[in-house]
Design a protein around this ligand. Structure first.
Ligand SMILES: [Fe+2]
Ligand SMILES: [Fe+2]
Length: 337
């Protein structure tokens, strides 16, 4: 399965990407570029170009939002898990996703933004999150398929981020990837068990794969030719592998796993290409992808409403924590006086 050891491109390749023109002070900019070229880390106290900071705030907060919205489709199945063992695993997995959200909001805060503002942007529909979570989970096999394919795709995306140039993001990703690896394995194992079951169970797995396969391929983002921000992200050491290359890696890794499982991936064009030493695959429906990203997927409104309600219902917890912190501070000041 996936590990954290597969190769990321050589730094020599990344250095071929030319620095992008900037209006920042040239001396500071030169120092920043030199740090990036040396594959050094940028830390919160370091000077950084405003565009780099903004890009990171957007990417890290979108990532954080995806983690906490990602709790919802699977959380839906906790009360209906088929056994105590599956329920315990699923609770642990969904709780991990909440933890990932917390590390990432904390990483975003080191860039000088307030968590409350980031959450407001999510709740008002201004901020984006991964469109994969705007689809319903219709049968128990969806939980296994989400672990196998959605967490599997997330790992492909996130392993290179363990070497991201921004220190707090890179460090958060190391732990996140270890936990995602458990998520992927538990999903695949649950499906293996179902595929040894009766025909109805096998049909549920195939149905879930049919509904999720293409959406997982779209998780890597638009084709490189339509992804103008990628070059800048590469130059800054934020992005290390292009969308299309990550997608190809995911497909090449997943086809043999699908064979072991005994399911068919729903793509008649999926064929091994001897010359390329990769699998060829069919056309992704980008119209559907953009439609969902822009708020018109089957569950966008429901997901957002659930998040807003949870946030509002939790107001008393935040108020109580703040009141406690204030009281503690007053007590400490009194003792110090
Ligand atoms: Fe996660
Ligand atoms: Fe996960």
């Amino acid at each position: 399965m996936y590990t954290q050891s597969f190769n990321v491109p050589d730094d020599a390749v990344l250095k071929q990407v030319k620095p992008v023109a900037s209006t920042e002070p040239p001396e500071l900019m030169a120092r920043f570029d030199a740090r990036i070229d040396a594959d050094g880390r940028i830390e919160p106290q370091d000077w950084m170009p405003e565009a780099y900071r903004k890009t990171l705030v957007r990417q890290i907060s979108q990532h954080a939002h995806s983690e906490i919205v990602g709790m919802l489709p699977e959380g839906n199945w906790i009360s209906r898990a088929p056994s105590l063992k599956r329920k315990a695993i699923l609770i642990a997995k969904v709780q991990d996703e909440g933890g990932h959200g917390l590390y990432l909001y904390s990483a975003a805060e080191t860039l000088g933004v307030a968590r409350g503002d980031l959450l407001d942007a999510l709740h008002s529909g201004k901020a984006k999150y991964s469109s994969i979570f705007n689809y319903p989970t219709l049968n128990w096999a969806d939980v296994g398929v989400i672990g196998w394919l959605v967490d599997g795709a997330a790992i492909m995306n996130q392993i290179p981020l363990c070497r991201c140039s921004y220190g707090p993001y890179a460090r958060a990703m190391v732990r996140v990837c270890k936990e995602e690896s458990f998520h992927q394995r538990q999903g695949y194992e649950a499906l293996l068990v179902m595929m040894k079951g009766n025909q109805a169970q096998k049909d549920m797995v195939q149905d879930a794969v049919n509904r999720y396969w293409w959406k997982c391929l779209a998780m890597f983002g638009p084709p490189d030719a339509d992804s103008p921000n990628s070059v800048q992200g590469m130059r800054w050491g934020i992005k290390r592998i292009s969308n299309d290359d990550l997608r190809q890696k995911f497909i090449d890794a997943t086809v043999p796993q699908a064979k072991v499982l005994g399911i068919t991936l729903p793509d008649p064009d999926l064929k091994w290409n001897e010359a390329r030493q990769h699998y060829d695959y069919g056309q992704i429906d980008w119209t559907e992808f953009w439609n969902t990203v822009n708020g018109n997927g089957p569950c966008n409104k429901e997901r957002l409403a659930t998040r807003v309600k949870a946030h509002n219902d939790g107001a008393w917890v935040r108020d109580a924590a703040l009141a406690h912190a204030r009281k503690q501070q007053q007590r400490n000041m009194k003792e110090a006086a």
